[in-house]
Design a protein around this ligand. Structure first.
Ligand code: GFB
Length: 318
C-alpha cells in the first residue's frame, strides 16, 4: 500500500458539495477518520460567487478540502444545457481552488469525471489519454469544465507548490441520487421507470437509445472510500482514475433492474434518443497499484439502491 501522505486526524475538513450524492458519501466516510468534517448548503455559501466563497474560507479555515461540488446531470441535461454545465462548473472550481490556495489549505482533492477523455480514446481509458482528441459532443461543456479543474490543480502545484490532487470517477450511483426522469443519469432513471411500470402493471418499458452502450457503474460509497484513500495516500500531479473495471450494457442494466423490481414486461428501445459514448471503461490500475480496490459489486449496490428507492417512493419522498 502507498505510504501515508496526509493524515486527516484532528484536521478541519471541508466537503464542498456535501448535500449531493458523492459529497454526502464522503462526509459519512469521514466520520470514521477522527477529523472535524463539515459541509455547506446553498444558504451558507453560493459556490458560484467568488466573494461568498472567499468569505466562507476566511470564516471556516479548513485544513483540507474535497471539491465534490458540481452541476451534474444525465445525457439529456448535459446536451440541452451546455452553457449552464460549463459556466457553473468553471465558477465553482475556480472559486474554491483559488480560495483554498489563498487561505493556506494543506491538501485539496478535485473530483472530475470519466467524460474528460476523448470520444475515440483507447479503451480502457488510461490517464495519459487526456487532451489527445475531440470530446463526446453530448457532454462537452461539462468535460471542458472538468479538464480545466484538472489543469488548475496541476498549475497551482507548479506555480505555488501546493498539494492539490485530482480524481476521475466513473459513472456513479447511490444514496441521494437524482431520480428525475429527464435530468437524471441512466441508472436512477431506469430504477424509477421500471419500478413505476411494475406498480402500474404495465407490460413494457422504454429505454433511451439502442441499449448497446457500455457503462462502468460505481456505488458512491465505494467511490467515497477511494477518495478518502487518495486524500491520505496520493500526492502526484497526474489525476487518478477511480472505477471498478466492470462494465455492463444499458440493456443488461435494465434487465438487472427488472429482475430486482419483479418487472416481467418487455424492454423496448427509443432510438430517437441519443446513445452518447458507445463505451467508457476506465483503466484504474494506477489506483489499484496504490493499494485500493472496489468492494461494492453492481449486483449488491443495485439491490441496495432499489430498496432505497422503494422506500422513498412509498413515502412520497421523491
Ligand atoms: O448516465 P447517462 O445519462 O449519461 O447515460 P452518460 C446515458 C446512456 O444511457 C445513453 C442511455 O446511452 C442513453 O441512451 N439511457 C437509456 C438513458 N435510458 C435512459 C434514461 O432513461 N435516462 C438516461 N439519462 N439515459 C454522463 C454525462 O454521460 O456521464 C455526465 O452526461 C457525466 O456529464 C456522467 O460525465 C459520468 O453516461 O452518457
Amino acid at each position: 500500500m502507498a505510504e501515508m501522505d496526509y493524515s486527516l486526524e484532528g484536521k478541519k475538513v471541508y466537503v464542498a458539495g456535501s448535500t449531493g450524492m458523492v459529497g454526502s458519501a464522503i462526509l459519512r466516510k469521514l466520520a470514521q477518520e477522527g477529523c472535524e468534517a463539515f459541509g455547506s448548503t446553498r444558504q451558507d455559501v453560493d459556490l458560484t460567487r467568488q466573494a461568498e466563497v472567499e468569505a466562507w474560507f476566511d470564516k471556516t479555515r479548513p485544513d483540507a478540502v474535497f471539491l465534490a461540488a458540481a452541476r451534474v446531470g444525465g445525457i439529456m441535461a448535459n446536451r440541452t444545457r451546455p452553457a449552464t454545465f460549463l459556466y457553473e462548473n468553471l465558477m465553482i472550481e475556480a472559486n474554491i481552488i483559488e480560495a483554498a490556495h489563498q487561505s493556506g489549505v494543506e491538501k485539496l482533492l478535485f473530483l472530475g469525471s470519466s467524460c474528460i477523455y476523448p470520444k475515440a480514446a483507447k479503451q480502457p481509458y488510461t490517464e495519459d489519454q487526456l487532451m489527445q482528441g475531440p470530446l463526446e459532443p453530448t457532454n462537452e461543456g461539462y468535460a471542458i469544465a472538468k479538464i480545466a479543474g484538472i489543469r488548475m490543480c496541476e498549475y497551482y502545484r507548479e506555480q505555488y507548490g501546493v498539494n492539490f490532487i485530482s480524481a476521475m470517477p466513473t459513472n456513479l450511483y447511490g444514496t441521494g441520487d437524482n431520480y428525475d426522469l429527464e435530468t437524471g443519469h441512466v441508472l436512477p432513471a431506469l430504477v424509477r421507470r421500471i419500478h413505476e411500470a411494475k406498480l402500474a402493471g404495465e407490460d413494457s418499458i422504454t429505454i433511451w437509445g439502442t441499449g448497446s452502450p457500455m457503462r462502468e457503474f460505481m456505488h458512491a460509497d465505494d467511490c467515497a472510500d477511494a477518495l478518502v484513500f487518495l486524500m491520505k495516500r496520493y500526492k502526484g500531479a497526474e489525476h487518478v482514475n477511480v472505477g471498478t473495471e466492470h462494465e455492463v450494457s444499458i440493456y443488461d442494466l435494465a434487465r438487472m433492474i427488472a429482475k430486482l423490481t419483479g418487472f416481467e414486461g418487455e424492454i423496448r428501445r427509443d432510438t430517437s434518443k441519443p446513445d452518447g459514448s458507445p463505451r467508457k471503461l476506465m483503466d484504474s490500475s494506477r489506483l489499484h497499484g496504490l493499494g485500493w480496490s472496489s468492494t461494492i459489486s453492481l449486483k449488491e449496490g443495485l439491490a441496495r439502491t432499489v430498496e432505497e428507492f422503494r422506500a422513498l417512493h412509498a413515502a412520497g419522498d421523491l
